[in-house]
Design a protein around this ligand. Sequence first.
Ligand SMILES: Cc1cc2nc3c(=O)[nH]c(=O)nc-3n(C[C@H](O)[C@H](O)[C@H](O)COP(=O)(O)OP(=O)(O)OC[C@H]3O[C@@H](n4cnc5c(N)ncnc54)[C@H](O)[C@@H]3O)c2cc1C
Length: 420
Amino acid sequence: MTVVIAGAGIGGLTLALSLHQVGIDCVVYESVDEIKPLGVGINVLPHAVRELTELGLQQRLSQTAIETAELVYFSKHGKLIWSEPRGKRAGYNWPQFSIHRGQLQMLLLAATQERLGHDAVRMGYHLKDWEQSGSKLTVTFTDRAGTVIKDTVASDCLIAADGIHSVARAKLYPDEGPPAWDGAILWRGVTVAKPLLTGATMAMVGHEFQKFVTYPISTETDDPETSLINWIAELKFEQNYNWHREDWNRGGNLADFLPAFENWRFDWLDIPELVRNAEHVFEYPMVDRDPLQRWTHGAMTLLGDAAHPMYPIGSNGASQAILDARTLTREFQKHGVNEAALAAYEDERRPATAKIVAGNRAGGPDEVLDVIENRAPEGFDDINAIAPLKERKEIADRYKALAGFDKDTLNDRPSIVATA
Ligand SMILES: Cc1cc2nc3c(=O)[nH]c(=O)nc-3n(C[C@H](O)[C@H](O)[C@H](O)COP(=O)(O)OP(=O)(O)OC[C@H]3O[C@@H](n4cnc5c(N)ncnc54)[C@H](O)[C@@H]3O)c2cc1C
């Protein structure tokens, strides 16, 4: 066997599909016994949709996802600050998709199993350790508890796509400690409701200290007038606030955040009503990690959140994991499955993603909300008197260039992975 991938998340599965596309053998080892459609909404930006399209998945995506039509920013008083078309409406050759994270993972899993065979994804195998001798690796997998060895596997390369709690990263950097918290807590949920504005609008409301984000992620509901609406309510606290460690599946309580949003009722969106009608609420702290100096150690490297966990701002977590997978595939094509390929992958992706981690810490594209809040906390009649159009556009364009989805650059560049 050549490539061992640890983690069947968005990054690991995209890598498996990509390697298969160019004829490189791989097997994915996933820690959980069964992959369930967990999480809430995420966005896949046009540069990542291009990659999934080139993997032949755009039609499947469009069957379950919403093609995001526009991104709009509103003040805490519900007044429009900025709006821009998204995806094809903005002139990209590829759409932007808002999708349930679990549905995206299930879609990638189904495609991987269809194309590579059912055994290509082994569930219940938790990456525990690896050793390198010469150019070969021996990788050890245990049960999820880490107590029973399930297999030791010979491999030419190990790709650790094992998420924000990466075992591989902890082995390489044992003193790193837990992810860093920036003071914000995100309460996340999905509600069946009528979609707002265009029906495919992604809306951001508020400012750094209190924000609400919402967008539809599916039309698969019983009532054709409704959609599944994803939402995130965000509050910022003092550093001594008693927050809970990051766990994507931790439940949340309305009482901890809803009172702060009680007056956020606008004629185009009733936030308290949307929140109250959610079936489940999850709580997640805004955490990331400092960029690493090195991802690649011998014949292994890190990918996706294991390599560069970032604040979920600007819709980049899944998109950057997809770009990692495609870039690594291109380098394997070019150099063969060896350390030179890993080095070339890291040379491109580590600085690119470090910039996004830093950009997200500075607010990413949401910076426009803070500019307006700081200048006009009591509200405004004319947005142009607070920040001219040029300034607001510059903020939006800057982030697109930083995150690698400037329209002309993306439309004009060749594919990352060359296929026959
Ligand atoms: C259950 C879950 C829910 C999520 N929900 C959201 C959400 O609602 N919104 C959002 O923005 N992001 C969410 N994320 C994170 C999001 O998927 C990632 O930020 C992004 O897609 C990058 O993907 P990734 O493949 O690097 O990591 P992930 O998608 O996190 O995938 C990592 C995979 O590795 C597996 N794994 C972990 N440890 C090991 C190990 N030692 N050996 C083998 N496998 C291992 C995990 O079970 C998981 O399947 C969620 C992640 C998970 C795991």
